[in-house]
Design a protein. Structure first.
Length: 162
């Protein structure tokens, strides 16, 4: 198992909108199809894209049962909300007591994952999520979009086309 906090060579991506993220995912899928994609992490491209889509859908469809974050961790994470939304999600984070450290990591064919991502990002672009974020609570629509763009930057950065 690769410690993703220590990965060297991860690409630093910056998406201004969902179209940027979708273009990147499709470019990576084309590289995968051509056999020229290298993964620096533990997941397949389909898993990573499906995971991004899962978390974009969760504030509409409902979050999985998660153990509550300890109050001190909630306070600390809340202090990092602006840096996360503006600079990015740190690599290697895990949800305590969850096998695999997160949800939405089913192995998926890449084309199915991209279709899910298109649907999820379209819905998030046009509609305000209805449920609070389990870490940050109630967020503005603009902040939901930023959070999902930063999340996509993190995971897609682990794939290197050549």
């Amino acid at each position: 198992m690769i410690n993703t906090r220590k990965v060297i060579g991860r690409r630093k991506l910056r998406f201004e909108n969902f179209a940027d993220a979708l273009r990147e995912a499709e470019m990576l899928a084309a590289a995968e199809q051509a056999g020229t994609l290298r993964s620096l992490g533990n997941w397949t491209l389909g898993q990573a894209i499906g995971h991004i889509a899962f978390w974009a859908d969760a504030p509409f469809d409902g979050y999985p049962d998660m153990p509550p974050l300890p109050w001190l961790l909630r306070v600390v994470v809340t202090l990092f909300k602006k840096p996360i939304l503006n600079r990015g999600v740190p690599a290697g984070g895990k949800i305590p007591s969850v096998p695999g450290g997160t949800f939405g990591i089913d192995v998926l064919p890449t084309d199915e994952a991209i279709a899910r991502l298109h649907r999820a990002f379209h819905r998030l672009a046009v509609k305000q999520p209805t449920q609070p974020n389990p870490v940050f609570g109630v967020m503005s629509h603009a902040d939901w979009i930023k959070l999902n763009l930063r999340h996509a930057e993190l995971h897609l950065g682990f794939f290197v086309p050549s």
